[in-house]
Write a protein that binds this ligand. Sequence first.
Ligand SMILES: [Zn+2]
Length: 314
Amino acid sequence: MRAPLLKKVLALALLTSTIGTAVAKVPVTGRRQFNLIPDALMRQLGEASYKSTLADVKISSGNENSQAIKSVGQAIAKAANQKSYDWEFKLIQENDTINAWCMPGGKIAVYTGLLPVVQNEAGLAFVMGHEVGHATAHHGAERLSQQLAVLGGMGALYLYLDNKSEMSNEQKAIVVAAMGAGAQVGVILPFSRLHEKEADVIGMMYMAKAGYPPSESIDVWDRMAKASGGGGTPAFLSTHPSEEKRQENLKDWMPQAKKRYERNKQSRNTQATLWTSSDFGGSSSSTRKNNDSSSGSSGGSGGSGGSSSGGTRR
Ligand SMILES: [Zn+2]
């Protein structure tokens, strides 16, 4: 069954008429790319991986933070202008995880641990723009194209959608990782340097088009580097090139981004600090205003006395 595999892949590629679209252009940078996986299939894989990933995490919803993810996400989605995407924005309650991803088809997740690093709406817009950039530039499809041999060919992708039981755990994890949520399944499938730089530029253009000051992207990388200084390396950073390299690259594109920003800038201050690490420090899942919602199931960490009214703005 091994020998005809390559033939099968090629035949499938032909059948699904991907040859016509196999060489595509990346938005913003205009790089020509080659991948074998049709967009529609990528969106289906994104959807399936999204569901399986969310099943294993705790979603934070109905609060100001989750609302911020949604409103900034919608602004970025509008800037990205992907007609075939069905956008969704989730906040995952993991204070130790500095990460975010966007799966093909527009399924976005941000981890609470990222919020004190982005600090404000503009920073969040950059990181969300970056993740959306990976999706709209078909980086997942490029990565998956490279993994087809390990997966046993294109057929594995349909298997993933239909009946995963015939796939090994590792193969399943590779699909999820190619979609972008590798850290969640313990498989690191790094985006290449090229992909990272591309996502940065696209993300910065999206944020500028959405009305957020693109200069914040440089500051986000400073803060990201700082966050990696203490404790463990943030997942977001572990697979990425050095922040100096990325900042140089961003500065090259900054004049163009600023022009876009000038045309679209919002009237309010989107760089005002919304999140600090003290909001996410302890085990308590505090939200930014902490409206005395008794969130903990076991009230073990209840502070002694005094209603902790959020008098001090952190
Ligand atoms: Zn990235």
